[in-house]
Design a protein around this ligand. Structure first.
Ligand code: UDP
Ligand code: MG
Length: 307
């Protein structure tokens, strides 16, 4: 098998037919000697999506599907797809035609040139609310600034990855998936192509603000310890402030003789205790960051080549 295409589906009855047609229209001319397969993951759709997928699977033996018992979320759906792929290369694509299937040959070509990951970077986005564009932009910039691995900005899960990357992903059993981050973490040679993101072809987005927030938090907590270290930093700031206030009160008491009795002891003890508490929280944070690193059970390293 040369290529597997993973398609997560959540209430996409309006798009499945057109998506299938366009994918076949793009993949057939590529004339892949080993052939290709589609893996549809029905993530608890409440519309006719499953019936449409079943119909495709009955007509076309290249179509496989998984039907979830309920909605588990986009990242889990993609994971289920990855677990079932047989292809030497794997494409992850949204079902709503916002990711143009016509880009797949170019992505695949780059992969053949020796890259293990070729992701599609959004040059522009159409038909999305200003709020969504702004929050997405801010989120990706924030994520880049607080993580040590280089997660590409303005990139979704639309990409082609090699078998090696799929195997590495399957070694990462973490519960809170942020697949685009995991793929960056895995390393190897990665590159990207730019495209203009189209409007959703039909139906409505399955990503509510709640789901987006959860994805953002999964991404941050899986790849950054910066939030945990914030307590330590603010603890030292507050303690420093306590020290300055103490110096000031000594000056007021002994040199300028301009002071209010009681103020100094209150301020200094509040600030000092606050600082000590924040530092203590920060110490707990250091332990939690190590704990969560262990809980994730990621491999310690991934080998690219050895002899
Ligand atoms: N999706 C999914 N489960 C969900 C939400 C979305 O499998 O809970 C799928 C959806 O069918 C689509 C892809 O994930 O193929 C991207 O979702 P969507 O287009 O709604 O997100 P947006 O493009 O608005 O960020
Ligand atoms: Mg979409």
């Amino acid at each position: 098998m040369d290529l597997s295409v993973i398609i997560p589906i959540y209430n996409e009855e309006a798009n499945i037919g057109a998506l299938y047609e366009r994918l076949c229209g793009v993949l057939d001319p590529m004339a892949l000697p080993g052939g290709y397969e589609f893996i549809f993951i029905n993530d608890g759709s409440r519309d006719e999506s499953l019936a449409l997928i079943r119909l495709l699977a009955a007509r076309d033996e290249r179509v496989h599907y998984v039907d979830f018992s309920r909605n588990f979320g986009h990242q889990i759906a993609v994971t289920a797809g990855l677990d079932r792929t047989k292809g030497e290369a794997v494409v992850i694509i949204d079902a709503d035609l916002q990711d143009p299937p016509e880009l797949i040959p170019a992505l695949y070509q780059k992969l053949r040139e020796g890259f293990e990951v070729v992701y599609a970077k959004r040059r522009s986005r159409q038909g999305e609310s200003v709020a969504k564009k702004v929050t997405a932009k801010l989120f990706y910039r924030l994520l880049v600034s607080i993580t040590s691995i280089s997660i590409p900005v303005d990139t979704g899960d639309f990409r082609v990855v090699s078998r090696k990357v799929v195997e590495a992903l399957r070694q990462m059993p973490e519960q809170n998936k942020f697949i685009r981050g995991q793929i960056s973490w895995i390393g190897y040679r990665q590159t990207y192509l730019e495209y203009d993101r189209a409007e959703r072809a039909g139906g409505a987005t399955g990503y509510t603000y709640r789901k987006m927030l959860r994805l953002a938090l999964d991404g941050i907590t899986a790849f950054s310890d910066v939030p945990l270290k914030m307590a330590t930093v603010s603890g030292f700031l507050v303690s420093g402030l306590a020290f300055i206030v103490m110096l000031y009160t000594l000056y007021a008491r002994l040199v300028s003789h301009d002071y209010q009795p009681g103020w100094a002891s209150l301020m200094v003890s509040i600030l000092f205790l606050g600082g000590v508490q924040l530092i203590a929280v920060g110490i707990i944070g250091e332990y939690i960051s190590r704990l969560s690193a262990n809980v994730r059970q990621r491999p310690l390293y991934i080998v690219s080549e050895e002899s």
